[in-house]
Ligand binder design. Sequence first.
Ligand code: ATP
Ligand code: MG
Length: 796
Amino acid sequence: MNEKVYLEKASAPAAPPAKTAKPLPDDALILIPMRNTVLFPGVISPITVGRVASVAAAQEAVRSEKRVGFLLQRDPQTNDVKPEHLHWVGTAGQVVRYITGAEGTHHLVVQGQSRFRVLEFLSGYPYLAARVQFIEQKEELTPEVEARFLQLKAQAVEAIQLLPNAPEELTVVVQGMTSPALLADMVANLLDIKNEDKQDLLETFDLKRRLDKVLEHLSERVGVLRISKEIGDKTKKEFDERQREHVLREQMRQIQKELGEGDDTAAELEELKKAIDEAGMPEDVLKHAVKELKRLQRMGEGSAEGSMLRTYLEWLAELPWRDSAPGEIDIARARKILDEDHFGLDKIKRRILEHLAVRKLNPEGKSPILCFVGPPGVGKTSLGQSIARATGRKFQRIALGGVHDEAEIRGHRRTYIGALPGNVIQAIRRAESRTCVLMFDEVDKLGQGGFHGDPSSALLEVLDPEQNSHFRDNYLAIDFDLSKVMFITTANMLDTIPGPLRDRMEIIQLPGYTEEEKLEIAQRYLVKRQLEANGLKAEQVAISPETIRAIIAEYTREAGVRNLEREIGAVLRNVAMRIAEGVSKKIEIKPGDLHAILGARRFENELAQRTSVPGVATGLAWTSVGGDILFIEASRTPGTGKLILTGQLGEVMKESAQAALTLAKSYVRESLEKTDIHIHVPAGATPKDGPSAGVAMFLALVSLLAGKPVRSDVAMTGEISLRGLVLPIGGVKEKTLAALRAGIKTVMLPKRNEKDLEDVPPEARQKLEFVFLEKVDDAIRTAIGELPSPGERKAA
Ligand SMILES: Nc1ncnc2c1ncn2[C@@H]1O[C@H](COP(=O)(O)OP(=O)(O)OP(=O)(O)O)[C@@H](O)[C@H]1O
Ligand SMILES: [Mg+2]
C-alpha cells in the first residue's frame, strides 16, 4: 500500500548513477545498511535511502542489475557505518522499483530473496560491499515441520483477524501459502517485535527452530491481544504429533467456517461465469476467459493466486466488449450543442465540425486526432465534453501530466503484485463504452521515457489507427479494440509535445479571450453556473456588466476565464451569505462593492508604479500560459564595467542583453568603465519564444543611462541586432492580448511582424495603438522621447 503512494508521487528517476572504479567480484554483494528495518526473504518492502553511500549503492544496483544485501545496524543512530557496526547476516534482494521523490528522497521497493552471511568486507567502493555466502534453504516437509507450519498458519490467521488494522486479504494470502519458510519469514516481518529479535529470527537458519521461535513470538502476541490463550499454551507444551495435527486441522476448519468460506465461493464463481458469458466478448477472448475460469475453480478457495485471477476475470467481464455504436453524427445538432455550450470560438467550432463531418463521411478513415492547445481555462476540456455531448458519446479524461512510466498507460503484467490495467483500459471501463470520447490532458507534460519505458511511445500506440484496433494492455494480455474511441488531446504549449505524437494530431490553437469576450462568457455562462452552485436564484442578485468588467480588469489577469469564474463565485458566496442572514431579499453588486468582498484590487496600479522611475521597461512575453507582460529592470552601481544578469534569463537572452548594452552605450555616448550594470527579469514568466526582449532591455538601459523613464502605457517586444535593427518575434496574438489585459495603450512590434496583426482580434486592434519598429531609434522616439544630451544629464 505504501508502494502505491510512492509511485504516484514519483518524479523522474535519478540522474545517471555514479561510475565505480573497479567491478565487483562475482561472489560479492553491494550492501545497504538499515537503521530500523530487517528485510526478510520473500517480503516486498518500501525502503527510503538517504545516505550518500546508500544512494550510490542503490543506483549502482539498478544500473548493473545486481542484487543488494541489506544489513541491520547494531545502533540505528550510527551514521558513518563501518563493518563493526553491522550484523553480519542479512537478506539479499532485488530492487524492483527506484523512485526519486519530490524532495530529492530516494525510495526503493525491494523484494527480499535469500539469507546471506558476510565473509569479508571489501574496500575501495563508494558504498559498502562484501563477499558473502548465501544460506541455502532446504525445504523438506518433514512431519515435524509440517505440524508447526499448520499451527503457524492457523495462528497467523487468527492474529490477523484480531488485529484491528490488518487488511483482510492477508488472511487469504496466508492460507494459500505452501512454503513453511516463506510463511515463517512473512510472519516474522509482520511481527511487532524488537529489531534485535527479528535479526535473531533471520539468523536462525534451521527451519524447525525458526518456526518454533516465530510461533513463540506470535503466540505471545496473540496472548497480549487476549485471545485464544489456548493455542498459545499448546505451542509451549510437548504434544504427540498426531494429536497436535488433529487439533490444528480442527481449528483451521473452524476458522474457515467463521470466515464464511466454502459455500458462497461456488455462488460467486457462478456469478462470474454468467458475467463472462454475457459480456459479449469476441470468441477467442471468451475461450481464454472460460479457460481461466476453469483454472480458478480448480484452484479452490482463498489462495492468493486465486484471488488475483478472480480480479482479472472480473476486469474482463466488465469491459464494454459490445459496440454500443452511437447513432450517426448529426452535424446540425452538433453545431447547436457546441454553440449552446460555448460563446464565440467560431473558427474553432468550425474546425471541430469539419473534423466531425469527415468522420461521419468516412468512419473507417484514419482521421487525425484533435489537439487543443492553449493557456489554462480557455475551454479545452469543456470543448471536449461538448463534443462528447454533441455526438452522443460518453466522456472520460486521462491526465498525462507527470506520467513517467509506460505502465501507467499500458498497465502492469499480472505477475506484478497489485497489478492493474493501465489508465486507458480503466477509462474505457469507466465510460462503459468503446465508442466514447477519451481526452488525454496535458500531452505536453508527458514525462520523458527512461527508467520504465517510454510513455509517449505507449501513447502513440494507443492513438495510432494502424495499431489501436488490437491494443494490448499488459495486465489484460489480450487484444482490445480501441479503434472506435474518439481521442482528443490537450496541451498548454506545442513545443514540448513529443514530435511523433504531434505529427498525428490536428492542432487547434485557443489563444485566449479579450475583455469583451470574457464579459460575454461571464454573463452567459459563468454567473449562471455560480448562481446555481451557491443556491441562488437569478432574481436575488443583480450583477451589472460594469461590475464584471471591474472583476476582469482588476482582479484577474489571465488568458482564460478560470479565475474570473472563481472570483464571481466568491462574490456570489458573499451574496448568498447575506441573503441567508436575511439582510435583504435582493442584492445588487456594484463595482464599488468589490473592494469589501474581494479585497484590494490586484492588478491596478502596477504599471504606473513600476515604470515611474528610469530604468524599467514593460516587455511582452509569450509563455506557456498565454501572453504576459514583464517588467525589465536595469540599475547601475559603481564597479568595473560588468554586466550582471538575474532572474529568468535563458542563455539566448543573455546574448541579447549584451547586445542591448553595447547598443545603449553608443546611444547615450557614455563609457561605463567605472559602473556595473545590472539587468533583472523577474521570475514567474519563462518566455517560450527565446530572445524577444531585446528592445525592452535596450529601452530599460537607455532609460537608465539617460535618466528618463519609459512611458508606462507602452509595451514592447522585438529582438535587436548590434546595428540597431529590430528583428521579428513570435506570439504576436498572445502578447497583444496580454497587453490589452494589462491596460497598455501602445504596443511596439517589429515592422516585420506587421502581417501577424490580422490574427489579432478586432477588439484588440481597435483599442490598442500599434507602432512598428524598423530601428531601435523608433522605439526611443515613441517610448522615451527626446534624449537629454550628456551635458544636460550632468546638470540635472
Ligand atoms: N467560450 C466559452 N464559453 C463558455 N464557457 C467557457 C468558454 N471558455 C471557457 N469556458 C469555461 O471556462 C471554464 C474553464 O475551461 P476548461 O476547464 O475547459 O479549461 P481548459 O482549457 O481545459 O484549462 P486547463 O488547461 O487548465 O485544463 C469551464 O468552466 C468552461 O466551461
Ligand atoms: Mg482542462
